[in-house]
Write a protein that binds this ligand. Sequence first.
Ligand code: V47
Ligand code: SF4
Length: 382
Amino acid sequence: MNIEFLKDHTQDSDLKNIVEKVIQNERITFDEGVVLFKKADLNFVGTLANYIRENLHGDNTYFNKNFHVEPTNICVFDCKFCAYSKLIRQKGDYDAWEMSEDEIIEKVKSYEGTDVTEVHIVGGVHPKMGLDYFANLIKRIKTVRPSLHVKAFTAVELEYMCRKAKVSYKEGLQILKDHGQDSLPGGGAEIFDEGVRNEICKDKCSSDQWLAIHQAAHEIGMPSNATMLYGHIEEAEHLIDHMNRLRNLQDKTGGFNTFIPLKFRNGNNQMSHIDEVSVINDLKTYAIARIFMDNFKNLKAYWPMIGRDTAQLSLNYGVNDIDGTIDDSTKIYSMAGAEEQSPSMTTEQIVELIKAVGRKPLERDSVYNILKDYSTLEAEEA
Ligand code: V47
Ligand code: SF4
């Protein structure tokens, strides 16, 4: 199906209006976003999202070469969807870990001679690991490997660090930046609607604080990502409200690199009684995100969470980025029942995954500069 066919054959006037807006490159409203969730089928939103994706990126599909460090899973907060903080609370410290600074540095050193370009550092909110500790850690990482892009700390960790150190968000972020931090990941956003947030993660940073921290980062020249945790107790209105708050901030600052919808996984957490949503629902969420978030250039599917097959399918539903080769020894997703228990893909595998659906694999850096075109390389060269 193509967009002209949709324009000519859509009977519903609300949906027809949305098709026309997309063709005119006009922004859709909050109500129209909700209409897409409630009335449109997967083919409809997929056709619109793919049209937008191809206008923005053609077949280009980005990935990067990164590794994850999770300094600790000890956390002062108690998010109901979090698999590992619950394990600690129920079983004493049996499942808890804390990496020492030296262990983290050893891990960074272990990538010497490889072509990874980014380290992603995120963990639980440890009561004793504060701003000074992390600033020093980043400085040591940069000494070991100056060219490595350090994408670190969710707004949840940053809110706690700044509060404890009694500094403003801007001051705290400036200290981290001066020590070498390059950008912020998108975690901790969950769902901004205060009613839903109160149900699923009431004790961590508020929605306003999350947005204020990302705004402060953008204002001092640190780009960031944004996530949205979907598929649990939220309704369509909450998803659109979440995306709308991000869209408004992006209008102000332009500092977001990418939007990452994260599928709620129900393993081993306090929301395990909630069924996970279907793949159809996943693809619909990506597609509507692509249509609604007109000022976000990139839409990322985080493949360890949804699995390689759904990530591959999502490339026809608005997604243009499937994160990285990710040598990921972190546990936050695997403990919650994510598709990939030990997520790692070689460059060759990621390139083949993208090529298999007729897209063009491009290695990018953390801020979406293209580093290498893999579309013409043979498998063994990749
Ligand atoms: O905020 C925790 C999510 C997030 C579960 O910026 C869960 O490039 C689903 O933000 N089911 C942290 N999700 C991870 C994150 C992230 C991941 C990949 C790339 C980037 C980026 C950021 O993980 C949390 C929370 O929303 N999470 N538990 C769960 N049971
Ligand atoms: Fe802590 Fe993050 Fe888990 Fe919430 S999601 S309990 S903030 S580690």
